[in-house]
Design a protein around this ligand. Structure first.
Ligand SMILES: [Zn+2]
Length: 154
């Protein structure tokens, strides 16, 4: 053990957060670097819980880009995911699959039907699959637009 790790005992076990690069929050540059543009939005970092530091061994246990480790989950859920709790992981994977299925559907509707973001939104609305959809029109249309941009215009 070096003199430094004796003096800074606790600090030695920590390192700068690899998700937010120590800032404590993720911005679009971090989101892009980790290829999560269609899953995350900027905000407090869920990987380090805003502290900017994580346990040195955390990355071996929890992938830095784990899609469903997000700050809008309840703190108990976040802790369970970090601990590798199988139930919490299963729920997270299920939600992530649902998001991916929606992304695939948007791509299909755009490519097969030639629909733009607004037409796809109207289709989702007419199907009535989410009662809150109408209130979030601009937000959802913008998201559909981003899916099309990222997935179809390569
Ligand atoms: Zn972080």
């Amino acid at each position: 053990m070096s003199i430094w790790s004796k003096i800074f005992g606790m600090k030695a076990a920590q390192k700068s957060c690899p998700r937010c690069l120590g800032k404590g929050h993720v911005d679009w540059a971090d989101i892009k670097r980790l290829d999560r543009e269609l899953i995350w939005i900027p905000g407090k970092c869920a990987y380090c819980n805003g502290s900017g530091m994580v346990e040195r061994t955390m990355e071996e246990r929890v992938p830095v880009d784990l899609p469903f480790l997000v700050i809008n989950s309840p703190e108990a859920t976040r802790k369970k995911i970090i601990a590798g709790d199988s139930g919490a992981m299963e729920v997270g994977h299920f939600h992530h699959q649902q998001i991916n299925a929606t992304i695939d559907e948007i791509v299909y509707l755009h490519l097969e039907n030639g629909w733009d973001a607004k037409e796809i939104f109207e289709y989702f609305l007419s199907e009535g699959r989410n009662s809150k959809l109408a209130d979030k029109r601009d937000e959802v249309v913008d998201y559909i637009e981003r899916v099309i941009q990222k997935k179809c215009n390569v």
